[in-house]
Ligand binder design. Structure first.
Ligand SMILES: Cc1ncc(COP(=O)(O)O)c(C=O)c1O
Length: 470
């Protein structure tokens, strides 16, 4: 076990009386008492995440070495914290940052926090699919030509659906221009550990990479890491931003769990990854001849096949209905469902039985589907036009607002987020002009059962817009 774990264990078993936080006092009172024995605060010998010099510095160094970074930082508020810190460290008020439009909502929060002005790259929808493809080097090049003063580019790779972009050529191009590449690799923390998965953004030269350990590795929810390499990043600013964003009382349970995950990756993960990949390969082979359900293999530049994407190309039921069947008839809970596809999120902790149960369930549903009648899907998702940006998201966030009927909001400037969830990329962000197409698309998605987040009225009857027309 790790040095941190041993120290926490020794402290929990010692006779020392804790006149310090947290208030459960080693689990003497309150819920989860058995778990709280190692939940301490920054007492002597346990270092401080905001100025690490001892046991936590060593743990973060191990993390950097395991993932192939020059420096790594533990995040106890998920990749969200890393994304906010990276954006605040790289962009100042009104400075431009180039973003792929399908970024996670935390990136849009980063625009509000930093005051940066977004310039969007619109990824193309994959042909016949409801989700976005890769960002190409050419798209980045065009965006840089149009926005030569942008400080950085931030891309998501892999996406929720496992689609990666050619980070290597994008990084090489940006570095020639002395620009930074930040990669939201929240869904790719596992990729370095087996060649079955695409190369990581660090391996391909990105400057800052943010990964959620909790999504695809054995580590608890909220745990994530921010990695840095090269000389372009102002590391002092990253540290300062992280110190502002993260709690001043980071959980030692999370810190210790991240350290244990890195320890496992360093010493013991190889066999587990071999088994994991064997199980995935078995699953893809077993389900390749389904007739109604298409199990996505490769797509885009490269695809992380740890994310099992199930599509319904014949449109004879929605993926939400399929997930309902999986839940009710087969006791399987999936990660998400959109209209035409559903995702099973896998990890090295998945069992052979788990894959078998899913494969058998899909075979049964596939047979039932042959007789099922057609359902109405959204007709082919149209490629979004680039949003017209009137103010930065930060200015719109702080400006006086009024609430109006959503259906009557065309040509107003949006003052909040309209985010269909899943997958979580905004249709409208603060500061953007509301168009008729976006109103129609939101209503269609909502009628189809997609939830909306980021807005006051998630029923989409009303919307907050800027009080003054711009
Ligand atoms: C692409 C992407 N980036 C970032 C995040 C935020 O990650 P976390 O939940 O670790 O804060 C998510 C969460 O779902 C995500 O899908």
């Amino acid at each position: 076990m790790t040095q941190l774990w041993q120290a926490l264990e020794a402290y929990a078993k010692s006779a020392v009386y804790p006149f310090h936080m947290p208030g459960h006092k080693g689990g003497r009172l309150g819920a989860f008492s058995h778990m709280m024995q190692q939940d301490i605060t920054e007492i002597a010998g346990f270092d401080n995440l905001h100025s690490p010099q001892g046991i936590l510095l060593e743990a973060q160094k191990r993390c950097a070495s395991v993932f192939g970074a020059e420096e790594s930082f533990f995040l106890i508020n998920g990749s969200t914290a890393g994304i906010l810190a990276a954006m605040m460290a790289c962009c100042g008020e009104r400075e431009e940052i180039i973003l792929s439009r399908n970024c996670h909502r935390s990136v849009y929060s980063g625009l509000v926090f930093s005051g940066a002005r977004p310039a969007y790259i619109l990824p193309e929808m994959l042909k016949g699919k409801e989700f976005f493809g890769s960002i190409t080097q050419k798209q980045v090049q065009n965006a840089v030509e149009m926005h030569p003063h942008a400080r950085a580019v931030l891309l998501t790779s892999p996406t929720y659906e496992g689609i990666t972009s050619d980070i290597e050529s994008i990084a090489a191009f940006l570095h020639e221009k002395n620009m930074l590449l930040i990669v939201d690799e929240a869904h790719g923390a596992h990729m370095k550990f087996h060649p079955f998965f695409p190369k990581t953004a660090l391996e391909q030269g990105a400057d800052i990479v943010i990964q959620s350990l909790h999504k695809t590795l054995p580590s608890p929810t909220q745990t994530a890491v921010l990695h840095i390499q090269g000389k372009r990043v102002d590391r002092a600013k990253i540290k300062q931003a992280l110190s502002m964003i993260q709690t001043s009382s980071p959980s030692y349970l999370f810190l210790s769990a991240m350290d244990a995950c890195c320890h496992w990756l360093e010493r013991q993960c190889q066999r587990d990854f071999e088994c994991y990949v064997e199980k995935l390969q078995w699953f893809y082979e077993r389900t390749k001849n389904l007739e109604q359900i298409a199990v996505l293999q490769k797509a885009g530049f490269d695809r992380d096949r740890g994310k099992i994407v199930l599509e319904l190309p014949k449109k004879n039921m929605t993926a939400m209905e399929m997930n309902d069947m999986l839940r009710k008839q087969f006791a399987i809970e999936m990660e998400m469902a959109s209209l035409s596809y559903s995702i099973a999120m896998t990890s090295p902790a998945d069992s052979k039985e788990g894959f078998l149960v899913l494969a058998k369930a899909l075979e049964k549903i596939d047979k039932q589907l042959c007789e099922a009648k057609k359902t109405v899907f959204l007709e082919d998702m149209v490629q979004e036009p680039s949003p017209v940006i009137k103010t930065t998201p930060r200015e719109a966030y702080f400006a006086p607002k009024k609430e109006i009927l959503f259906l009557e909001s065309e040509n107003h400037v949006c003052a909040e987020f309209i985010i269909p969830y899943p997958p979580g990329a905004p249709l409208l962000a603060p500061g953007e002009v509301i168009t008729k197409e976006k109103i129609q698309k939101s209503i269609l998605l909502q009628k189809a059962g997609i939830c909306f987040v980021g807005c006051q009225d998630t029923a989409l009857k009303t919307i907050a817009v800027l009080a003054e027309r711009q």
